[in-house]
Design a protein around this ligand. Structure first.
Ligand code: BG6
Length: 499
């Protein structure tokens, strides 16, 4: 490591964020641009230090250059304010070390002492296989900078690869940190539109009376992506869509849609309610898991006029891979509010377009009055909560078309974020990083929440592993998904919403 040219300073109130794995994509694409946006808004505490820790033989200067480029390429608001960026990077230092080497942690400790900040945010931005090693080494080296401050750790998803590994990672974390120091990241919770689910449900009086099995026929949650696995095949081929997004993002959307109102709006109460929903999903194993799920993998196709390869031909994917890139599931929240209401979840890579939404389908009218002149159908009411893109909420209704006949047409009432609030919503990481700095864990997953989500996911994974599947269904890239996935819902007398 090159010499650190800073003098030992007395302890100040500031914060140092230590990014383990600073040389990776996340630091460049998300963390640094989000820190920059927060700095630009004057929201970061002062002084603020960025300490990078990774294996590559980088200098402080090299790290600063890469992080600067990250802001230039991925900064949300342009033009970039050079004064703010330079100020942030002037306080950025690099520690070159393997993650196993205790001496690297000693050097980090020394650096923390030299800069003399009281508070430390440790950020695990490495491949997940390193989490335990890093936490154990943090525990050994102590990494205390000054007395009296706080120390928190952020753990990126995936949190374990099944229930056992999640429990064991938790126990290692808890041997060094208390639960209230641990921030398990699911970036979906930082999205404005995801937080708005709670504002919409609990800040308005008119939806609550309808939000139950009596008036809701079913709910569809879809997270569709155009992108393939990109450069992440090494991770994805071992994970598949069920570990990658069902265990976290999709179940988060489901819990926020289904949960009861918390007693107060704080981390404990909100997370208590979410855990209850996960518990109400019950056990889904064996035959039950097979008959309530569907999986498939993409083959080559065309997206936006461009030919894209099959999943098995993507760089880094095993040629015989049976990893699923699409899944559909039917889940039931077995409680008094939701008993009998199916929640249909779908997610896939390389689908026809990128969209994440929650569609609440309300029940039919009790008595049909307009017959064939009702072009909106007997169940026209659907509430579409659009998480991204074109963030907003749309309520579908039937209305009389002008003219002498009583003809009913489908119409929409629409709220758009962009129209109402002007700007594009901020990047999820901006909000989540600030919350970690302020010590608000409401938008982070608690250990029991992660375990409940794994319990459900693992039942599905095990059923799939035990299934004697001769051929994994496939779907052409750029389409709505695999044939077969529609039977899954049409057998219930319902249909998928178009992506
Ligand atoms: C990540 C998954 O957590 O979320 C990726 O690992 C996925 O596979 C990504 O592409 C989607 O995030 P967003 O914010 O683009 O919807």
């Amino acid at each position: 490591m090159s010499q650190i040219e800073i003098n030992k300073k007395p302890c100040s109130d500031g914060v140092a964020i230590v990014i383990f794995g600073v040389t990776g994509d996340l630091a460049r694409r998300k963390l640094m641009p989000s820190l920059y946006e927060n700095a630009k808004q004057g929201r970061l505490p002062e002084p603020f230090y960025i300490l990078g820790f990774a294996r590559r033989p980088w200098s402080h200067e090299k790290m600063r250059d890469v992080l600067r480029q990250g802001v230039l390429d991925h900064g949300r608001t342009k033009p970039i304010d050079e004064v703010v960026l330079n100020r942030l990077l002037d306080n950025a230092y690099y520690v070159e070390s393997t993650f196993q080497d205790p001496e690297g942690y000693d050097r980090l400790d020394e650096l923390l002492r030299q800069i003399g900040v009281v508070n430390t945010l440790l950020y695990l931005s490495t491949p997940p296989g390193w989490y335990s090693t890093i936490v154990e080494n943090i525990g050994e080296s102590n990494l205390e900078s000054c007395e009296g401050g706080w120390r928190r750790i952020v753990v990126e998803k995936p949190f374990g690869r099944d229930l056992d590994t999640a429990i064991s990672l938790d126990s290692i974390l808890h041997s060094v940190f208390a639960e209230d120091q641990i921030y398990r990241m699911d970036h979906y919770l930082g999205k404005e539109t995801v937080q708005n689910i709670l504002a919409f449900r609990f800040g308005n009086g008119i939806f609550e009376p309808l939000w139950n099995r009596k008036y809701i026929d079913h709910i569809q949650i879809i997270m569709a992506e155009e992108e393939g696995v990109g450069t992440r095949a090494g991770y994805y081929d071992k994970a598949g869509v069920v570990r990658d997004v069902l265990q976290n993002h999709l179940l988060q959307l489901l819990t926020l849609t289904a949960m009861e109102a918390p007693a107060v709006f704080n981390a404990k109460s909100v997370r208590d309610e979410k855990v209850k929903v996960l518990k109400s999903l019950g056990e889904i194993r064996g035959e039950k898991a097979l008959s309530n799920t569907f999986r498939a993998q993409y083959v080559s196709g065309t997206i936006n006029g461009k030919r894209v390869p099959s999943y098995r031909d993507e760089p880094g994917v095993a040629p015989e891979s049976t990893t699923e890139t699409y899944m559909a599931a039917r889940l039931f929240v077995n409680n008094w509010r939701w008993a009998g209401v199916p929640f249909y979840l779908r997610s896939g890579k390389r689908l026809s377009k990128r969209v994440t939404e929650i569609a609440i389908q309300f029940t039919q009218v009790p008595l049909s009055l307009f017959g064939q002149r009702n072009l909106a159908g007997e169940a026209p009411n659907m509430l579409d909560i659009r998480i991204q893109p074109d963030e907003g909420i749309t309520l579908f209704l039937g209305a009389k078309a002008p003219g002498s006949a009583m003809q009913i047409e489908p119409v929409k009432m629409h709220f758009s974020y962009a129209e109402a609030f002007g700007d594009e919503p901020p990047e999820a990481y901006e909000r989540l990083l600030l919350d970690c700095l302020m010590g608000d864990a409401t938008l982070f997953t608690r250990s029991d929440e992660v375990e409940e989500a794994w319990r459900l996911t693992q039942g599905i994974i095990e059923a799939w592993e035990d299934q004697d599947l001769i051929n994994l269904p496939v779907y052409e890239a750029g389409t709505q998904g695999p044939h077969g996935a529609e039977f899954f819902i049409t057998n219930d007398g319902r249909q998928w919403r178009e992506i």
